[in-house]
Design a protein around this ligand. Sequence first.
Ligand SMILES: O=P(O)(O)O[C@H]1O[C@H](CO)[C@@H](O)[C@H]1O
Ligand SMILES: O=c1cc[nH]c(=O)[nH]1
Length: 234
Amino acid sequence: MTIHIGADPGDVAETVLMPGDPLRAEWVAQTFLTEVRCINRVRGMLGFTGLWQGHRVTVHGSGMGMASLSIYANELIRDYGAKTLIRIGSCGAMQPDVQLRDVILAMTATTLSTPSSGIFRELNFAPCANYPLLRAAADAAMARGTRCHVGGIYSSDVFYDERPDLNEIMTRHGILGVEMEAAELYNLGARHGVRTLAVLTVSDHLLTHEALPAADRQSSFADMVEIALTAAFS
Ligand SMILES: O=P(O)(O)O[C@H]1O[C@H](CO)[C@@H](O)[C@H]1O
Ligand SMILES: O=c1cc[nH]c(=O)[nH]1
């Protein structure tokens, strides 16, 4: 047990999918895994371990924002031995050719700051995905015929952003979408030598102002889950 995860040693698989929403974790476990066991309920943050096509997988919520993800990812890596961590999240599109429900594979994650900023100080570290995982996810998306974009995303510290000028700059520089966790996940992957990737589904559009309802964000992003699982075990 750690401070934030009630699982026993050995309860966590080496491959962990991390949605922000704990109820998305429950939906993924119930929908895609067999022999599922709940391994964490501390503070209502849900984690489950089961089997996908014979492979052991944990699905564990990260909460919203890099500060929250950092707590869970640190404990999963350092205390439970997680080796592959794939974020399965929602995001807001920032390009006109990206549509609602499209999948985005985050090659890099631009930020203003992360929980690692204190370590990097004046350095503009470039958080990036593990390339073999990214390539496997792109192959899986293509094989499924999923509308998929690969490129840079923006990991923001805030959902309600008082700096619309930043969004305009991101759009002008080809950033595909905005979410709130991937950059720190990638920082931790680099620091601990583990594989990390963010597979995202577009739930909002910052240019058209379209948005999916909460229920869809919780339990309808099946393509992203299948792509993440396929990539993890390719
Ligand atoms: O749907 P999740 O995975 O939580 O991801 C996105 O949704 C939340 C904001 O609504 C933030 O966590 C953001 O990154
Ligand atoms: O962080 C997020 C997540 C989904 N949609 C957004 O606009 N921002």
